[in-house]
Design a protein around this ligand. Structure first.
Ligand SMILES: NC(=O)c1ccc[n+]([C@@H]2O[C@H](COP(=O)([O-])OP(=O)(O)OC[C@H]3O[C@@H](n4cnc5c(N)ncnc54)[C@H](OP(=O)(O)O)[C@@H]3O)[C@@H](O)[C@H]2O)c1
Length: 356
């Protein structure tokens, strides 16, 4: 099989290398997935740049070793079944969930976090991947391989936040920060839920495109550094009910200033995204947190059950994932370079199989 490995990273350089490996054989309870498409996210590029130190691998404290195959997103078909596998058939179109042990119920960091693809396990930047059969969800028929490959992290993360955590109601105002992968899906899902949507960006062209996709209002956070005041103006002084903070601490303080009473702030940007400065929250804003009964919810990508719910909603609403560009398997280095320019709006996808 063909694959890319992380390589021996030093000094934040991208050192991906093309390799040939023996075809995979499934163990008990596993399947081999023939990967058709995968894609890039902020986390993946972060992992690619993090120098390899030789330390023992710990969840969320990569770096993974040089021979790790990166990328967590996948769309592919079942190529081989291991002993004892039931409930999934050869040729089925599937996506693997990020945390194979997070099936339903409450998240448990100690037992679930060490199993993620593209970090602790080999990921999907390869022709083939080994996946526990219980970690697969079926792809709705209307989606191409490329579209399906965008959903697992960038789509499921805002779905969990807006649906399972914030319990967004029709008519509420949802604010999405920036136009990164998670935020763009956040806009689409919030519209699906009947919310009024405000989005921020450094780029007026991106704001115009998000408004064409259904956002009700856009705010340029560069020309309006105190963008929370614009949110207040757009909501007649009420504030946003749900805020999808994909940026992290750098924008948390302004999020608190943009909150309506009983607002829910969804906090998913564990590491600062490119372009955002690390920051500290001004504790003077905490009274606002209490007075307005605001909750801040940190969470990771959703469970398999949440993913199934999300895919059913995608199917019903024929949600069209926003893809910026599709690169070929040989053009991965170019794809990563393009991702890092920040020009994209939507997912940067890698077509793995020749037929796509
Ligand atoms: N918790 C989870 O399970 C989970 C899952 C997925 C991702 N994440 C995290 O979520 C974050 C976003 O991931 P992503 O893949 O969506 O990233 P991405 O596509 O690389 O997004 C980058 C975007 O962030 C925006 N940005 C940068 N600074 C900003 C600021 N000060 N205010 C508003 N927007 C700003 C920019 O938007 P403009 O170009 O419009 O200015 C930029 O395009 C990352 O930290 C990632 O690790 C967490």
């Amino acid at each position: 099989m063909r694959a890319w490995e992380l390589g021996d990273r030093r000094d934040g350089a991208i050192t991906l290398r093309r390799v040939e490996r023996a075809d995979l054989k499934p163990g008990p309870g596993q399947v081999v997935m023939k990967v058709h498409a995968t894609g890039l996210g902020a986390r993946d590029v972060n992992i690619m740049k993090t120098p390899w130190t030789g330390d023992k691998l710990k969840p969320w404290q990569n770096p993974p070793p040089p021979d790790r195959i990166p990328l967590q997103d996948s769309a592919g078909e079942v190529l081989a079944l291991g002993e004892g596998v039931t409930g999934v058939a050869l040729g089925e179109r599937v996506i693997a969930t990020h945390y194979p042990k997070f099936i339903d119920g409450a998240w448990d960091f100690e037992t679930m976090a060490l199993d993620d693809f593209g970090d602790c396990f080999d990921g999907f930047l390869a022709d083939q991947a080994l996946v526990p059969a219980g970690a697969l969800v079926r792809i709705p028929d209307y989606l191409s391989w490329e579209q399906a490959s965008t959903l697992q992290s960038s789509g499921l993360t805002p779905w969990r936040g807006l649906v399972d955590e914030a319990r967004t109601r029709a008519g509420e105002t949802v604010l999405c920060l920036g136009t990164g992968n998670v935020s763009v899906f956040g806009v689409q899902i919030a519209r699906m839920l009947g919310a009024k949507v405000i989005v921020t960006s450094s780029d007026d062209g991106k704001l115009a495109r998000l408004m064409a996709m259904g956002a009700h209002a856009g705010i340029n956070y560069v020309t309006h550094p105190d963008w929370h005041q614009e949110v207040m103006a757009l909501t007649a002084g009420r504030g946003a009910d749900v805020i999808l903070n994909t940026i992290g601490l750098a924008e948390l303080e302004r999020c608190l200033l943009a909150c309506a009473s009983n607002a829910r702030v969804l906090y998913v940007g564990a590491r600062p995204v490119a372009g955002a400065t690390a920051g500290a929250i001004n504790l003077a804003q905490l009274p606002n947190l209490v007075a307005r009964c605001v909750s801040i919810k940190g969470y990771t990508v959703g469970s398999l059950r949440m993913f199934e719910d999300f895919l059913r909603a995608c199917d019903t609403h024929r949600l069209q994932p926003c893809i910026d560009r599709v690169f070929g398997f040989d053009d991965v280095l170019e794809a990563v370079k393009y991702y890092q320019t920040g020009a994209k709006l939507g997912k940067v996808v890698i077509r793995v199989s020749a037929s796509g």
